[in-house]
Ligand binder design. Structure first.
Ligand SMILES: Cc1ncc(COP(=O)(O)O)c(C=O)c1O
Length: 472
């Protein structure tokens, strides 16, 4: 069913069954799982270098996913790897704080400018959850409000409990997690009206796919200040891409706490929580208030992540990564849109978002996401050796990579045109099942909200099937 040269996934398929027998979901990150990709795709990767990765069948892919957006320079980047190798010989984890902790703290605080203190973690969820805990301790309030238009803030119960995939989480855990809309200051005001004096924090990515409108960030800052709520910006994705110091620097709106992770250390495990001293110090030894247990982890100060972070940021400064990322992204978006018009699929295969952080969306005519079309399109693109489920621009993505991407995208768009012109059921135009949302209550669900459990959700065939433990 695909026209590209990459069709042999024999070894991937052989290993995949045992992978699922050993590891729940066959993956350590749901977004990398089998239900997120077309069946005709690499299931197990063997190695990666620069902008490319190879699967266990030795198929080579141009990689725009870069793990979960954890690269900014590219796989196997020499300056970072060398810094890490040097550090390994100097020791991994000391019995008291290491000099590198001091140096990286000073380096990052100098870079970011406004935060007065910083604490390190190993992944994003460590630091977003720590920020929420600090905010609750600081304000003595229970409610945390998240931006409901943004998909993910933490693996921890306070957040996952508020998603449809909440089995095993006490209802009490997420009872105090509220939601507001991006660019909708009225939705923030409505929360304050419903829970006056009770909201500890608001957490959001300062910018995602759309510009803040009508001074949304300034108004949010003013409202949170008026209400005594801690404002937390999550710079996990936006930081390093919009601006090496974090996207909020572009808008000149400064939160109380800020979190960084992902590409900040070019793939090594490292994250940081930074912010105002009076809040951060609650996790310290120099106060008489109740003590906050703040990110005390065996591996928080493991030196590899610290060395990788410093080397990554220094290299990004040296090469002016911001200019590169915005430039490549603009060319990708312009080329994509030109192709989509040329192939007459612009209403179905779209690219949205900022130049530095674009996103491909396969949609119905009305703009709504179409998972079956997504699967059909990506199956074809993958057969031309391009893995682009999401877009992570790195320093290793250059002219050659753009040319290869456009060739694969064109093939994918031509397939979409053929599929739509033929009038065939889109689900019959690819091998295997369509991709599904990560956050869904049952594996069989095709949508995030089960029509069996929620009267307002659309009734899909999967809503009618018998589900263990759920009466109709
Ligand atoms: C915006 C945002 N915040 C937090 C996280 C959590 O980071 P981690 O997966 O490193 O725990 C993610 C992960 O995808 C994210 O995208």
């Amino acid at each position: 069913m695909v026209t590209g040269p990459i069709r042999n996934f024999t070894r991937s398929n052989e290993l995949n069954t045992k992978l699922h027998a050993m590891i729940p979901a066959g993956s350590h990150t749901y977004s990398k799982g089998e239900d997120q990709f077309p069946w005709l795709s690499p299931k197990i990767m063997a190695r990666a270098d620069g902008a490319y990765s190879w699967d266990v069948d030795d198929n080579r892919f141009l990689d725009w996913a870069m793990g979960n957006r954890v690269m900014i320079l590219g796989h196997n980047y020499p300056a970072v790897n060398e810094a890490v190798k040097r550090q390994i010989d100097l020791g991994l984890n000391f019995s008291r704080p290491g000099m590198l902790e001091y140096e990286v703290a000073e380096f990052l605080l100098d870079l970011w400018g406004w935060p007065e203190m910083v604490k390190f973690g190993k992944n994003g969820s460590d630091v977003t959850t720590a920020a929420v805990k600090l905010a609750r301790a600081y304000t003595g309030r229970k409610y945390a409000a998240v931006c409901g238009d943004q998909p993910f803030f933490s693996i921890h119960d306070w957040f996952i409990g508020s998603t449809p995939m909440n089995a095993g989480i006490l209802e009490e855990e997420s009872r105090y997690t509220l939601s507001f809309r991006y660019n909708d200051i009225a939705s923030v005001e409505a929360l304050y009206a419903r829970h006056p004096g009770q909201i500890a924090c608001m957490i959001l990515e300062p910018v995602k796919n759309e510009e803040p409108k009508d001074n949304f960030l300034e108004k949010l800052r003013a409202l949170t200040e008026r209400e005594g709520t801690v404002l937390i910006f999550d710079e996990m994705i936006a930081g390093m891409r919009f601006d090496i110091r974090g996207a909020h620097h572009l808008y000149g709106v400064f939160p109380d706490l800020v979190t960084y992770g992902k590409a900040i250390s070019n793939g090594f495990s490292f994250s940081a929580l930074a912010g105002k001293r009076d809040i951060m110090e609650l996790g310290g030894l120099k106060h008489d208030k109740p003590r906050v247990f703040l990110l005390s982890q065996t591996h928080s100060s493991e030196t590899v992540g610290l060395a990788a972070c410093k080397a990554t940021i220094e290299e990004c400064q040296r090469i002016d990564i911001t200019k590169h990322v915005w430039g490549v992204g603009k060319r990708l978006i312009d080329g994509f849109r030109k192709l989509a018009h040329q192939e007459k699929v612009a209403n179905h295969v779209r690219i949205i978002g900022f130049d530095c952080n674009p996103q491909i969306l396969c949609t119905r005519e009305d703009g709504s996401y179409w998972p079956e079309l997504h699967t059909s399109f990506h199956e074809e693109v993958i057969s031309y050796g391009v893995l682009i489920p999401w877009i992570t621009i790195t320093y290793s993505h250059r002219d050659e990579e753009l040319a290869k991407t456009f060739e694969a995208l064109q093939a994918g768009m031509r397939k979409v045109k053929r599929v739509l012109d033929s009038g065939a059921a889109v689900e019959s135009t690819f091998t295997g099942p369509a991709v599904k949302p990560v956050f869904r209550p049952y594996n069989r669900c095709m949508q995030g909200t089960c029509g069996r459990l929620n009267a307002n959700a659309p009734q899909r065939p999967c809503c009618q099937e018998n589900v263990e433990g759920v009466s109709k």
